[in-house]
Design a protein around this ligand. Structure first.
Ligand SMILES: [Zn+2]
Length: 200
């Protein structure tokens, strides 16, 4: 299997450099790469908006005559980790493993780009509901969030390389926890089978 150009992890994406050379990247290196590209696009939009304003002022055309790029929503930051997909307030995070939540958030972006939209939705909805649940202890929430972090990362890996046995074990244990939380009943009924389908 092709390895990432930046580290030793299996590669999932190929990007091209300025000379057109193809560079394989893994999930976390690709996440860094795409956030740099996103920043560049954002800076370009700001620059174009500024130039448009300048043209209007110099030429006497009324202000805001030309369309502008809308400003982008500010991502939520949890313990220094920028969240693009998962929306929960800092007050409910408590002692939950923010590293795992960050991994889940990055993986949701990756899954959407891979076209795995139903898995991405299941991962997002379950994670938000688990963090917000009032029927689970912090320890139970951590177990579930770490399970989802594992499953979502595996879902972004080619099927033949997925760690199926570990996946089923974790999901079996997770099921015992999530089943007893009354406020998670609907979300669990709807989305848990999608997690199971990652390994079947
Ligand atoms: Zn890498």
């Amino acid at each position: 299997m092709t390895k990432c150009d930046q580290c030793n992890t299996p590669a999932l994406w190929v990007v091209s450099d300025e000379c057109g050379t193809e560079i394989p990247l893994c999930l976390s290196c690709y996440a860094k790469y795409s956030s740099i590209i996103q920043n560049d696009i954002e800076n370009n939009e700001r620059e174009i908006n500024y130039l448009t304003s300048s043209i209007e002022s110099i030429s006497g055309i009324p202000q805001d005559y030309f369309p502008r790029y809308p400003s982008r929503p500010i991502p939520i930051t949890i313990s220094g980790i920028k969240m693009n997909n998962i929306h929960v307030s800092n007050s409910v995070i408590g002692t939950i493993n923010t590293g795992s939540i960050g991994t889940i958030d990055q993986t949701i972006s990756a899954l959407i780009q891979l076209g795995e939209v139903s898995v991405a939705t299941a991962v997002k909805e379950l994670t938000e509901a688990i963090i917000n649940s009032s029927n689970l202890t912090p320890n139970q929430k951590n177990k579930l969030v770490e399970t989802i972090s594992f499953v979502s990362t595996e879902a972004a890996t080619p099927k033949e390389n997925r760690k199926t046995a570990i996946g089923f074990d974790l999901l079996d244990n997770g099921l015992k926890i999530i089943k007893v939380a009354d406020d998670l009943f609907d979300v669990y009924q709807k989305y848990w089978p999608i997690l199971v389908s990652v390994f079947s």
